[in-house]
Ligand binder design. Structure first.
Ligand code: LLP
Length: 437
């Protein structure tokens, strides 16, 4: 038995095959060289530098299309926070998706993209007066209200007929990391269904002359694997629709559809979801004798995660007491997800195979917790200058990137049909210095 077979599957294989399901659709191997959207990863690293976030445009578009095909009657809303970038928002507009934004900043990107206001929804447990004013000024079609304070504030600011949805906490456990579980009681999002706050919020919106209640909204969490969690949320939301005595035209079930990050993990069962949620909506509405609302969903990760690959350059290799550390030129400033959620990643060495050996890939930041991937297999002779590729970095990577240690944030380079095109440029020291007074 080889070492690779003895080790857990939470890592990279150096065999010349791609881990199924993790890489963008248009990825292929040419020997050990990785070809992304028709462009060699080694060329991308040389031309754009490292770290570099590569985004396969056709994969993003294909995932967006898949949601629309699976749910032809639903409004599919791209969660703009997962990959905030005007060019990506334009792709979404072209694919017929709507867009959700959670701040005036995300809305500014949507504006820059020329995203149609009638397909924009604004969210967030906190919307400052500036956020709300920006939303009203651009004319976003719906605002999802999240507190009694906000209902009053929006009521005062809005012109007649502003459409709103009420964010409900349905009390559903989505079986995901606690930091991204948002459907359970006693956390900061939404109005509790169990306590009666959700019903009270519906009535408060109805009382505001400037607001028009169009829908109810819930978002049970992110990286959700089980369709059953959505079915349960749907049942509870329709129970609320039936009990509130107000016509509810739209039911927004939020996002959260999981993406595979490690070999062996499966993609979200989108067609199962579509079938089972449609069935639940129809059944429950029939049971409660309420009109069937239009369903909305808000995928972010499931559209963009697997379209992204980050390229790093190895800067140093060190041998600890029990581990080999492979240190790269990025880290928690471009990927804080391992530190925040204990997320795991696969890693592949670009351009060379070789006898595999387990290593820990670490970042360049001044924290022992700046680890990108534990116990992954790389060729035993991995050395400074090598390029590593990490898949599944399209969602919440560019979005969560920081300037920790005053490291400049990487570019996002779109690839398609053999052409590479930056859609976010690399940050420079001039960018950093511009803010200091
Ligand atoms: N709708 C609402 C109201 C949301 O808050 C979110 C994500 C989504 C939709 C999209 O969820 P998705 O389909 O992308 O799971 N930074 C974390 C994820 C935070 C998710 C925040 N809300 C991570 O990197 O895992």
């Amino acid at each position: 038995m080889t070492l690779a077979e003895l080790l857990p599957s939470t890592g990279c294989s150096t065999a010349p095959v791609l881990e199924p399901g993790l890489w963008p659709d248009n990825t292929r191997l040419d020997g050990s060289d990785l070809v992304l959207g028709g462009v060699r990863a080694s060329r991308l690293a040389a031309r754009f530098g490292t770290p570099c976030q590569v985004l396969d445009e056709l994969t993003v578009r294909a995932r967006a299309k898949a949601f629309r095909t699976a749910l032809p009657d639903a409004e599919v809303v791209f969660a703009g926070k997962s990959l905030p970038c005007p060019e990506v928002y334009r792709w979404m507009a072209q694919e017929g998706l709507s867009l959700d934004v959670s701040s005036a900043g995300e809305l500014a990107l949507a504006r820059a993209a020329g995203f149609p206001a009638e397909r924009i929804i604004m969210h967030g447990n906190v919307k400052t007066a500036e956020d709300l004013k920006a939303a009203l000024e651009y004319g976003v079609s719906r605002v999802v209200v999240d507190s009694f304070d906000e209902i009053a504030q929006l009521g005062a600011l809005a012109r007649h007929g502003q459409e709103v949805m009420v964010r409900v906490t349905p009390g559903v456990d989505a079986h995901t990391h606690a930091a991204i579980a948002t459907g359970v009681e006693d956390q900061k999002f939404g109005f509790s269904l169990a306590s009666g706050a959700a019903l009270e919020a519906v009535l408060r919106v109805v009382e505001q002359p400037s607001l028009r209640l169009t829908g109810l909204h819930c978002h049970i969490g992110s990286q959700v694997r089980h369709v059953a969690s959505y079915e349960e949320a749907t049942r509870r939301m329709i129970g609320l629709i039936a009990s509130c005595g107000v016509r509810i035209e739209q039911l927004d079930l939020g996002g959260g559809f999981c993406a595979p990050y490690l070999p062996g993990e499966s993609s979200f069962d989108l067609f199962g979801f579509a079938q089972r949620v449609r069935g639940t909506v129809n059944y429950e509405c029939g049971l409660h004798r309420v009109p069937v609302p239009r369903v909305l969903i808000e995928p972010g990760r499931a559209v963009v995660a697997n379209a992204g690959v980050t390229l790093y350059r190895v800067c140093a290799v060190k041998h600890g007491a029990s581990r080999t550390f492979v240190a790269v030129d990025g880290g928690m400033s471009d990927n804080p997800r391992p530190a925040l959620y204990g997320a795991g990643y696969a890693v592949r060495l670009v351009g060379r195979g070789g006898r595999p050996k387990p290593v820990t890939v670490v970042g360049r930041h001044c924290e022992a917790g700046d680890v990108l991937a534990e116990n992954v297999l790389l060729p035993a002779d991995v050395h400074a200058g090598d390029v590593l590729a990490v898949p599944v970095t399209g969602a919440y990577h560019h979005a969560l990137a920081s300037n920790y240690n005053q490291v400049c944030r990487p570019p996002v380079v779109a690839v398609k049909d053999g052409v590479a095109r930056p859609v976010v440029r690399r940050e420079t020291e001039e960018d950093l210095l511009r803010r200091y007074l």
